[in-house]
Design a protein around this ligand. Sequence first.
Ligand code: PEP
Ligand code: MN
Length: 341
Amino acid sequence: MIIVLKIGSQEDEIQQVVAAVKKFQYEPKLIRGVERTIVACVGDERNHHTLESLIVLPQVESVTPVQKKYKLVSREYQAHDTLIDVAGLQIGGKAFHVVAGPCSVESAEQAKETAQAVKSAGATLFRGGAFKPRTSPYDFQGLGVPALEMLREAREKTGLPIVTEVMSPQDVELVARYADVLQIGARNAQNVPLLAAVAASGKPILLKRGVSGLVDEWLLAAEYICVHGNSKVILCERGIRTFEHACRNTLDLSAVAVAKKETHLPVFVDPSHAAGRADMIIPLARAAVAVGADGLLVEVHPDPAMALSDGGQQLKPAQFQQLMDELQPIVAAMGRQFAGA
Ligand code: PEP
Ligand code: MN
């Protein structure tokens, strides 16, 4: 922490800050300039009081952290990419994976038909919502446990590992019995008890970025999971809320580049929830590969017009096949291996 004192601060005011800094177990180093004094506070900011509260002292001009708040997820902590084993698949590293499937599981047939279609197009994981975090309580909320059973059937039929969302700590144990990867949705991106509960399951976690979440907040949510002993975290950018409404959200590709630089965790992109419209999925997916994403999460439905949720953004199987065909050369140009090819 760097504390800058106001011009003209008196010696007793400087010593008051020094005493406070010591009280919080930092070592204060005074830098006396011609006009003002700076107190450099030596100590690991992540293990101490943050000192930010000292801003209320009248002689303090600013308190600035010099360290990032996250530790376990940072490249400083671990330089090499984390590789996550999901039912024998390796996520991260050279491989490029596509998770695909419907927004909601609607029937056993719909789940199986979609799983088979996305598998034959090259998807390596199957997704489908059983518990749906809908904005409106009047919208379809998901089939719950029967949907988990349908996901299990689809897994048995195709061999594709399952990614599905869990919304509450009480459901983690149940959902973990069916899922290979637990998804934390954008609406729960900073739900601390839920992050702790999914961490404790020991399962790989696909962690969406909150709809208004800063990159730091997203990475700190991942840090929560790691602090609870589970470093199998796949970050997933899914668009953020901005002033622009041409698409449902704004896909923040810069966040993907930043996350790839700052952390060793795999970073996926979900163009479906970012765009909210089917005609934008392919171009955004192409861009996601080019920016360095480790994988994609794409919504696919056999008949999007009849979908019970997110119909406007789900691809038909043939459109998904086209997406996969278009991605092939970009994945290769990025030096990656298309896992399902
Ligand atoms: C979803 O994946 O179906 C979903 C609800 O996503 P998000 O949490 O990103 O809105
Ligand atoms: Mn959806």
